[in-house]
Design a protein around this ligand. Structure first.
Ligand code: NAP
Length: 349
């Protein structure tokens, strides 16, 4: 069978297992899918499109002969292995934060800035799931009227932290409901069940913003190519939801945009669905977004404090468009643009 030999790195994880599902659902020309995980999972059988495929550990031998690798095994693994995979001839679509802000690595949201991939030198980065969801709604508005200022407040699901965080929420919730002792928090700094944590990731080097908040601000600027004049402020919050990141976004636009014009603009945008009839209880919900490819947007309304400000409520599946779907869409656009190859002489500066 003709097609690419596709590596999926982190194939046993929350994102990697969704990548396997999405690859099976779409018609990306994969002749073979090779799953990679840690040494712990080597030999484990995974299902891909009805066939059993066997997990491998990373080694200089096992990474040979791959055309494209969709990588989600954490930043440290990508830091070490992405350059080796590129050296071995594979284009890497990386889901971790490690390469996103590197000046030689395009940060691509399919449907928003596909042209950025043209300049790749072997690695294309997938944005953070929170940034990705917001970009789907903000890019069409920015293209039409320009963004001058953004204030983003998030309500993020635990699957954004990975498989073990889902298990932590479930175990704690079961214990609370059964009136038993609640297992101590291990993944999060506090109990997540029946709670809300105003901390996503860590406060690094005395910063009073978390690393997640910094990512949302920096990645948004890179993807939309916003100048330093555009103010961006983010507050990221973890909520006891399994899948689906929700975001309240306040935007200030370059020219006045009515809520009706904004809804019309958003309804034309690919990959986005407007659900905005709040009087009838119709607005985006994480349980409605989970498992869906589209990002949902609603509650579009004027900010009464400023004539050029609107409020939006945006919700997307952090594992699908937020990670796995976008990674596969990036692989598809690389294929369509004949870019599934490492350019001769390419090196990351
Ligand atoms: N979850 C999201 O919504 C989301 C969205 C965007 C980006 N990301 C990023 O994607 C990455 C993975 O996230 P996740 O949520 O899928 O995490 P996860 O559920 O914890 O899965 C981690 C995966 O990495 C593998 N792995 C760990 N150490 C490894 C090593 N030394 N060598 C090879 N494989 C190794 C694990 O294999 P074993 O099973 O063998 O341990 C597992 O397959 C993270 O960098 C995260 O920031 C996540």
């Amino acid at each position: 069978m003709s097609g690419y030999r596709v590596g999926v790195l982190g194939a046993t994880g929350a994102v990697g297992s969704t990548i396997l599902e999405v690859l099976a659902e779409r018609d990306f020309p994969a002749a073979e899918v090779v799953p990679f995980a840690s040494e712990r999972s080597a030999g484990r059988k995974l299902d891909w499109n009805g066939a059993a495929i066997e997990c491998r550990a990373l080694s200089p031998e096992t990474i040979q002969g791959l055309d494209v690798v969709l990588s989600s095994a954490g930043g440290a693994v990508s830091a070490e292995w992405a350059p080796q995979l590129v050296e071995a001839g594979a284009v890497v679509v990386d889901n971790t934060s490690y390469w996103r802000m590197h000046e030689d690595v395009p940060l691509v949201v399919a449907g928003v800035n596909p042209e950025a991939a043209d300049a790749h030198k072997g690695i294309v980065a997938n944005p953070n799931c929170t940034t990705m969801v917001a970009m789907m709604a903000l890019a069409p508005i920015h293209r039409a009227v320009g963004l001058e200022r953004l204030v983003v407040s998030t309500y993020q699901a635990v699957s954004g932290t990975g498989q073990r965080a889902i298990e932590e929420l479930q175990a704690q919730s079961r214990a609370v409901l059964a009136g038993e002792d609640v297992p101590a928090a291990a993944i999060y700094p506090h109990r997540i069940a029946f709670n809300v944590l105003p901390q996503v990731e860590v406060f690094k080097d005395g910063d009073d913003y978390t690393t997640e908040e910094r990512k949302v601000m920096a990645e948004t600027r890179k993807i939309l190519r916003l100048s330093e004049d555009v103010g961006i402020s983010a507050t990221c919050v973890r909520v006891p939801v399994v899948t689906g990141h929700s975001e309240s976004v306040n935007i200030q636009t370059g020219r006045e945009l009515s809520p009706d014009e904004c809804r019309e603009l958003l309804s034309q945008a690919p990959g986005l669905v407007v659900l905005d009839n709040p009087g009838d209880g119709i607005y985006p919900l994480p349980i409605a977004a989970a498992g869906r490819d589209e990002v949902l947007v609603g509650r579009v309304r004027r900010d009464p404090s400023h004539e050029r400000c609107l409020n939006l409520w945006v919700v997307g599946d952090n594992l699908r468009k937020g990670a796995a779907l976008n990674a596969v869409q990036v692989a598809e656009l690389l294929h369509q643009r004949d870019l599934v190859r490492v350019p001769a002489g390419a090196s990351l500066g």
